[in-house]
Design a protein around this ligand. Structure first.
Ligand code: FAD
Length: 410
């Protein structure tokens, strides 16, 4: 039976994209920060059965399903048309971007070439240094202002109905789960396929709660209340987390410390059972094309370089056009190199099945995953790792209520 909004949110399967809020009549659901610092839908009144069916259709927290093949499917890395590394040829964009600035360069290419009127994506919320706001970028200044990863909650789809209603043609940049939800929205709203020109994602190891940003600032030795602006990456690769304080001073923390010791310890639960950290439903996906040291990515500062995967013919055409216009540089990469750059993504996909099995053993609601080759990739994890993940999830999830009372956690 399809999961209800209350079960999805109460069992922590929600990742906060806002597709449900965008798919119901305006005002029925609002996206708000919950007590643990994650964005979640809040009802204004109990949902009717037909509204619950809409939620179940669009929610990628509850269902991920490849319904048709867009390209040959690699069990670990999903549909692949081409695998490359790349960078933005605009040096300022490359410097501002998280890795090689390719996402920003593609966003700018889409608006300057007229393929899209704007790109809908996330930038820092002007009223909250740790918050994010989804907004349209129409020129280079807009794109530049939104460049860089923001490791804090975002709901990029919550406002998308406004742009669909207005008849705009636009591209969307977002996390893998957001893009998967947008594909699901297209199943019931034909305007998505007509009006969303391109779907671009970045690889995602999980979304930290708002509290994680506060912890980073405390670890920098600053008062979170004194922060006026906060950036997590960018201005170099990987760049520094930077807090600009009320007195104009700046505190910094390197990426290995901010992500590796604080942010990644505050990931929302759904990310721990995510088999799609690599954006399998996007047209193009970018990630860090880390250089390796001793078989593991090293985070030394360098000129930015992105891993660039095209997953559909449309995505490949966009890369070709941006390359032809001189907006990006690209170099072919062997598919075998991806795991050296993104070992965590390979490991998590291999382990997801064991974690789901533990949830099922506890009779917890679990997402429905179809066509992601989870059984095949689990064979590569090794029995010991699978057992460790099974037991770890049993212990962790066993302590939580089966489904939290959604009203009680508001
Ligand atoms: C939560 C999170 C997890 C990540 N996990 C990984 C990972 O596992 N592996 C990896 O290689 N890289 C990860 N990244 C970073 C990602 O590497 C880079 O964004 C990617 O390499 C693209 O770099 P770029 O220079 O092309 O992007 P840029 O040109 O810097 O553009 C970044 C784009 O991402 C959008 N964006 C930033 N933060 C958010 C957000 N919270 N929600 C929605 N959209 C956002 C911006 O609007 C912008 O359009 C993560 C980023 C985030 C925010």
């Amino acid at each position: 039976m399809a999961l209800t909004l209350e079960t999805i949110v109460g069992s922590d399967l929600c990742h906060g994209c806002g597709a449900c809020a965008a798919s119901l009549e305006a005002g029925r659901l609002r996206m708000e920060l919950d007590g643990s610092g994650n964005r979640r839908p809040v009802r204004t009144a109990p949902l009717r059965d037909d509204e619950q069916r809409v939620v179940a259709t669009v929610c990628s927290g509850a269902t991920l399903e490849h319904e048709s093949r867009t390209a040959p499917y690699h069990p670990l890395w999903g549909p692949l048309v081409a695998v490359r590394t790349g960078y933005a040829t605009d040096d300022a964009l490359r410097y501002a971007g998280s890795s090689g600035g390719v996402i920003s360069a593609l966003a700018l290419h889409l608006v300057t070439s007229g393929q899209a009127s704007f790109v809908l994506h996330v930038a820092a919320d002007e009223t909250d240094p740790f918050g994010n706001a989804a907004r349209p970028s129409r020129d280079r200044d807009d794109v530049m202002a939104a460049a860089g990863s923001r490791y804090s909650p975002s709901s990029p789809l919550a406002s998308i109905a406004t742009y669909l209603d207005a008849g705009d043609r636009f591209a969307v940049v977002a996390k893998p789960c957001d893009i998967a939800a947008l594909r699901r929205m297209a199943k019931r709203d034909p305007r998505v396929d007509r009006q969303v020109t391109h779907m671009i994602a970045f690889m995602c190891a999980g979304l930290p709660s708002r509290q994680a940003s506060v912890e980073v600032v405390r670890a920098m030795g600053a008062d979170p209340g004194a922060v006026r602006r906060f950036a997590y990456r960018g201005q170099g690769w990987p760049g520094f987390a930077r807090a600009i304080l009320a007195d104009g001073s700046e505190k910094r923390m390197d990426y290995a410390t901010s992500w590796g010791t604080i942010l990644n310890r505050h990931l929302q639960f759904r990310c721990k059972i995510c088999p799609d950290g690599t954006g399998e439903f996007a047209d193009v996906v970018c990630a860090d094309a880390w250089y390796g040291k001793d078989g593991y990515p090293d985070f030394a500062e360098r000129d930015g370089r992105s891993l660039v995967l095209s997953r559909t013919a449309k995505g490949e055409a966009l890369l070709g056009a941006a390359l032809g216009a001189g907006d990006i540089g690209l170099e072919d990469l062997d598919v075998g190199e991806i795991e050296k750059m993104q070992p965590y993504q390979a490991t998590r996909k291999r382990q997801v099945l064991a974690r789901l099995a533990a949830l099922a053993a506890l009779r917890r609601p679990i997402p429905r995953y179809r066509g992601l080759h989870l059984v095949e990739v689990a064979r590569g994890a090794g029995l010991e790792a699978l057992a460790r993940n099974f037991v770890g999830m049993l212990r962790r999830a066993g302590k939580a209520p089966r489904v939290k009372d959604v009203e009680a956690v508001r």
